[in-house]
Design a protein around this ligand. Structure first.
Ligand SMILES: CC(C)(COP(=O)(O)OP(=O)(O)OC[C@H]1O[C@@H](n2cnc3c(N)ncnc32)[C@H](O)[C@@H]1OP(=O)(O)O)[C@@H](O)C(=O)NCCC(=O)NCCS
Length: 187
C-alpha cells in the first residue's frame, strides 16, 4: 500500500497552519521543544518567523528543516522538525556520538487525525527524508515518558530506546542510525 502521507519542507504559506497547531493544548501537552527552541515558533508574526527560519537554514543547512505532513489531497495534518546537534551535546546520560552527524526531531499531528496510523506513516516518511535528503547519520527523538503513542510511533518507525537512563526531565531518548534505517527500509 502506498503512503497516505506526503512530507515536504515548509513554505511560508504553511506558517498560519503551524501557529494554529502549536496553540492546541492537547497537541502541546508533552511536546517541549527539544533540543532547543526553533527560535521562531513562539512568534505569531509570519514575516519574522519566516526570516528567522531562513537564517537558521542558511546557518545550519539541510540538517535544520521544518517539514509539513499532508494528505495526498494536499490537506496539512501535521508537522515534524529536526535540528543538528552540536559536538558534546548531552541529554541526561545520552551523548551525541563524537564525529557523527546527528539530528534531534519530533512529530505533531492535528488531533482529529490521531489513532489512524497516520503518525506512523508520517514518521516513516520523515525518517526516509532525514536519511536521504540530509547528511545525517543518527536521528534521535525525545518522547515524553507519559506519551505512549509517541513512543509507539517512533518504535514502529524503527527507533530504538536508549536504555542508559530511565528518563531525563521526563523524556526518554530513542534513536535510529543510517545503518539501521538501511536495514529496515531497504533503501
Ligand atoms: C504522537 C502522535 C504523533 C501519534 O500519532 P497517531 O497518528 O495517533 O499515531 P498512530 O495512529 O500511527 O499510532 C499510535 C500508536 O500508539 C498507540 N497508542 C496510542 N495511545 C496509547 C496509549 N495511551 N497507550 C499505549 N499505546 C497507545 C496506538 O495503539 C498505536 O500503536 P499500534 O499501532 O501498535 O496499536 C499524535 O498523538 C500527536 O500528534 N500527539 C501530540 C504531539 C506529540 O505529543 N508529539 C510527540 C512528540 S513531541
Amino acid at each position: 500500500m502506498g503512503s497516505r502521507i506526503v512530507v515536504t519542507e515548509m513554505a511560508k504559506g504553511d506558517l498560519p497552519f503551524l501557529f494554529d497547531l502549536w496553540h492546541m493544548r492537547e497537541v502541546m501537552r508533552y511536546a517541549d521543544e527539544f533540543p532547543r527552541l526553533r527560535g521562531w515558533s513562539k512568534s505569531d508574526d509570519i514575516e519574522s518567523a519566516w526570516e528567522q527560519y531562513q537564517m537558521k537554514r542558511c546557518e545550519l543547512d539541510k540538517e535544520y528543516t521544518q517539514l509539513i505532513l499532508r494528505l495526498d489531497d494536499d490537506t496539512p495534518i501535521g508537522e515534524s522538525f529536526f535540528a543538528p546537534l552540536e559536538e558534546g551535546f548531552t541529554f541526561g546520560k545520552w551523548q551525541k556520538p563524537e564525529g557523527i552527524i546527528s539530528v534531534m526531531g519530533d512529530l505533531k499531528l492535528l488531533p482529529q487525525y490521531w489513532g489512524q496510523g497516520l503518525g506512523t506513516e508520517g514518521m516513516r516518511q520523515v525518517v526516509r527524508f532525514v536519511f536521504t535528503v540530509t547528511n545525517c547519520e543518527l536521528f534521535a527523538v525525545p518522547p515524553h515518558r507519559n506519551n505512549p503513542a509517541a513512543y509507539r510511533v517512533y518504535e514502529k518507525a524503527g527507533f530504538v530506546l536508549f536504555t542508559g537512563m530511565r528518563s531525563w526531565r521526563n523524556h526518554k531518548i530513542m534513536e535510529i542510525s543510517k545503518e539501521m534505517y538501511r536495514e529496515r527500509y531497504g533503501d
